[in-house]
Design a protein around this ligand. Structure first.
Ligand SMILES: [Zn+2]
Length: 270
């Protein structure tokens, strides 16, 4: 017998080697690489989305995002848009590219709660949590590409969000970081860290950190079984996470006391 390798074995060995090279390669990817890639994907998402024409909400989103960005101390090319979308969601890509969906605004009820959500999302970016998602995304997409799946098949079988499906089709089967960003969850440790840093950012930005806890109660009541937004969809139970935010309050209160300006809960969102 000449051939000891069967075709499936060759494919799986190649897939395995590629996965190894991807997972060792990913940590060498620099911030600049990731941020440049995120910026491209952000432009695609914006081109495919509709901006809100609610001037009051847009102004609020702009000022809160700007204050959180300053409070984080990070020198990103910050940008935020308010998109017309019924989903109660918000996100910040690596490098500081943010979006808030109109669907989350009435649930938040206060500007301070918006600061809590953006604080959490910005913390994922400043703590470089996207890098790990990118590594996992590369592995999954490489596996898909090796099996010869087209963009449409990957979009339908792998993507769970509209933004992932859009980017997959626009970018082909091996589209960039955006697909991993929109489709994969952060792990438990990343979520806890985003809660902790996010609460500090909102307090430094001048918003009462107690809103981070009230936000949980409002969202919990409003969601009622629907798919939760990124910052809520995590592994630790809601009660644990709320308890942890409460335990972190003394530190956040101290940050709030030293904030250059204090806005309390900010304006009410009608
Ligand atoms: Zn999160």
């Amino acid at each position: 017998m000449k051939f000891t390798f069967t075709i499936p074995k060759i494919v799986s060995v190649t897939a395995f080697l590629l996965m190894i090279s991807c997972s060792t390669l990913a940590p060498k990817v620099t911030d600049a690489d990731i941020n440049a890639e995120a910026k491209k994907e952000y432009e695609k998402v914006k081109a495919q989305s509709r901006r809100s024409n609610n001037a009051a909400w847009t102004a609020m989103v702009q000022r809160v995002a700007q204050r959180i960005a300053v409070a984080s101390g990070e020198h990103f090319e910050w940008e935020v848009v308010l998109l017309e979308n019924k989903e109660p969601n918000a996100w910040c890509m690596p490098g500081g590219k943010m979006a808030v969906y109109t669907g989350i605004m009435p649930i938040l009820k206060t500007e301070g709660a918006l600061a809590a959500v953006l604080g959490h999302e910005v913390a994922h970016a400043t703590r470089r949590h996207g890098k790990e998602k990118l590594a996992r995304g590369m592995q999954q997409q490489m596996a898909g590409a090796l099996l010869g799946l087209g963009a449409g098949v990957i979009a339908s079988q792998f993507c769970q969000t509209e933004n992932c499906r859009t980017l997959t089709k626009l970018g082909g089967a091996l589209g960039g970081l955006g697909i991993a960003f929109f489709n994969l969850k952060y792990d438990r440790g990343n979520e806890s860290e985003a809660d902790e840093y996010g609460q500090v950012y909102m307090a430094r930005a001048g918003y009462d950190p107690a809103e981070s806890i009230k936000l949980w109660e409002r969202m919990g009541a409003a969601m009622g079984g629907k798919a939760p937004p990124e910052w809520m969809s995590t592994h630790p139970s809601d009660a644990n996470r709320r308890a942890r935010l409460l335990a972190l309050m003394p530190n956040a209160e101290a940050e709030y006391a030293h904030a250059p300006q204090r806005f309390g809960t900010g304006e009410t969102i009608p």
